[in-house]
Each structure stands twice: as C-alpha cells, then as structure tokens.
Design a protein around this ligand. Structure first.
Ligand code: BGC
Length: 357
C-alpha cells in the first residue's frame, strides 16, 4: 500500500479557445514525481533522484502552457512528452490500404505525414481521471478519435494510463478499440536527459539496446526496405556504449538521420533498453511489450526558443525512446501488424524504471 503518495490536480492554463488544461501531478516523495497535462496527454515533468537523493527533472518541456502553445514550437512538430497517435513515425508515400481502399494522409512536417498528422493526438484535449490502487497511483486519459480524423478510418476510443509506484516506475499503458478496420501505432514522445541539466547534451549517456537489427532510412527519414544487422555499425548498442561516441562515427545512415532517428527491432525475450548517466548515477530501464523502438537523438533542435528554466535545447540535448510497432508497418506485411479490427482491443505497455547505479 502506498501511504506516502500524493496526487495534485490543478489548472495549467487555458487555450486561446478557452479550453481549460488540467495538470495531474503524481508523487511518491523521494522516489518519483510525474506531471501529465490533458493537452496531448503530455508528460511535462518527471523528477527522479540522483545518487545523492537529489530530485531533478529528466524530461524536456516548458514551464507553462504558453510554451507548448507558442507558434514556433507548434510549427516544428517536436512533440515534447506528448502522446503520439494514431500512427507514430512515417508511412511511406503518406498512404496505406485497408480492405482494398487507399487512404491518403495529410502532410504536416514538410511533405511528410508524421506522428498522426496536422492535429494528431498530441494536440487533442484528453479527459483525465485519477485512480489509486494498492501499488500505484495514476491517471487514465481517454479520447474519442472520430472516423476520418487526419485521414484514418474508424471511430476509435483510446485510453492512456500513466501510473507511478514505489519501485520508481512510470508505467504507460495504451488501450484502443474501433468500429471499422484501421491502423494504430501509438507511443510516447518524451525527450530524456538524465543529467537534470537540460542545456547539456546526452553525449555522456550510455545506451544499451538488445537489438540485432535496425531499419535504415532514406534522406527524408522514410524507412527503407531491408532491416540491417547492427554489427560493426554505430547502431550496435548490444553492449552499453556512450551515445556521443556512436554519433561521432562516420556512417551514411547517421547523415540521413542527422544523428540517430531509426527503429530497432527489439529482442522479444529481453526487451530491456537501458539509458545510464554515470555522473548522476541515474539509470533508466525501459521495458516494453512493443516490437520496436524508434530512437531519436533530438537531431533537429536549434535552440531557437527557451524551454524549462530558460534553457535552450540544442542538437542532441535529449534522447527519445519511442516504443512502438515498426514505422511504415501499414505497408509491410512482413512486420508485426498495426491493424486493429472491430471486436479487438489494442493493448501495449511500456515501463520506464528509475534506479541508481
Ligand atoms: C521522428 C523524427 C522527428 C521527431 C520530432 C521522431 O520520432 O523519428 O524524424 O523529427 O520525432 O518530430
């Protein structure tokens, strides 16, 4: 039973249309503190201890709602901490077919339909409902996504549960149903920097990914056909490696992504990804039911506007571990399906567990 836990619900401000955005803070003192707002079911803060017990925020974001609503940020489609849907990543040709019908998806980042489109789930107002169980406290966010939204078929009811527990875990669980065959591939787009200093890069972070294969991309970051073995490439994180060392390698795939912006095929018997920051001692273990992880090393940050505590986010200021189905899975019968049929329930769960090493 969690006796020390605390839950705060507050207003985070209003949109120009007058919608009130709520923010839920889940706290287990000295262990973990997470804040999530109803706009985009977005993780805005995540505080965890370093080896001296100092609690610091390990995700990028803004101190106020205005930061998230500013034009410069909205136009970049950066998705700091947001829930991504309906479909994470890129779908080649911005199109897919279901039951003989072709669906063309609207472009939002240049000529790409990215992360659910112009107004994806990251921009929707979710309804948040707090809960408490014997072992955890959390919030259930729910959303109705109507048929045709951003070009996708099917009326979808989706929920995202954020929960924290005494083990220092943040658990994110997705559930969705539809009334028409469709595709769904949600994820969370948190940018982690375990140093707690958001003006730093993540070059000194060490990364372990139990993946033998990654999916190469073209110059526009669209996934190519063939999975490649990580062996002898900057994408070999089977043994822990410093991210800065991998990024410094001279490899055409790093040029295409401007850094790492690639999906890794997870080893299903050991889907544990580890991010470690030696200086603070913070260690994050990411455990997922998803078949892949899109690793993105904040390659396009330009530091043009201030983030939290007036820090300017520069290139490689953080890393995203977007656990999900493969990008472009809608057009790839050889990948685990992202199709959702009526009378089925989509389910997926990712745990971010924080410990000290
Ligand atoms: C994508 C990147 C994109 C970034 C921010 C990542 O998930 O793979 O290509 O720039 O999100 O939108």
């Amino acid at each position: 039973m969690i006796s020390e836990c605390q839950m705060h619900i507050a207003s985070f401000g209003q949109t120009p249309e007058g919608q009130v955005i709520q923010i839920f803070t889940l706290e287990i003192p000295g262990v973990i503190k997470a804040s999530i707002m109803t706009l985009g079911a977005t993780l805005t803060e995540l505080h965890v201890p370093d080896r001296f017990g100092k609690m610091e925020d390990v995700v990028l974001g803004f101190d106020s709602l205005e930061g998230y609503l500013q034009d410069a940020y909205q136009q970049e489609y950066c998705y700091l901490g947001a829930t991504i849907g309906r479909v994470a990543g890129r779908t080649n040709g911005n199109r897919f077919e279901i039951e003989g019908r072709l669906y063309q998806l609207p472009e939002n980042q240049g000529d790409v339909h990215l992360h659910g489109g112009v107004s994806g789930w990251d921009r929707k107002l979710w309804v948040g409902k707090p809960f408490q169980s014997e072992n955890e406290i959390g919030v259930d966010f729910s959303l109705f996504s109507p048929n045709g939204e951003e070009g996708y078929p099917g009326n979808i009811h989706v929920s995202v549960r954020y929960a924290v527990n005494l083990e220092g875990e943040l658990k994110i669980s997705y559930e969705a149903t539809t009334d028409h065959a469709t595709i769904i591939n949600p994820t969370n787009h948190s940018y982690f920097n375990l140093s707690g200093d958001h003006s730093e890069t993540i070059f000194d972070h060490e990364l372990t990914i139990p993946a033998e294969h990654y999916l190469p991309i073209d110059g526009s970051c669209f996934p190519l056909e063939e999975l490649k073995n990580v062996s002898g490439s900057p994408f070999d994180f089977r043994k822990s490696r410093k991210i800065g060392v991998a990024l410094a390698e001279n490899h055409p795939q790093l040029k295409n992504g401007n850094g790492i912006d690639h999906a890794f095929k997870l080893n299903t018997s050991n889907p544990e990804i580890i991010l470690y920051h030696p200086k603070s001692g913070r260690r994050m273990t990411c455990i997922t039911t998803a078949p892949a992880v899109q690793v993105y090393t904040s390659n396009h940050f330009k530091g043009t506007y201030p983030g939290k505590s007036n820090s300017y986010y520069k290139q490689h200021a953080a890393i995203c571990l977007e656990t999900q189905g493969f990008p472009n899975a809608a057009n790839r019968p050889d990948f685990p399906t992202i199709r959702l049929n009526p009378n089925e329930t989509f389910e997926s769960q990712t745990i971010f567990k924080f410990t000290i090493q």
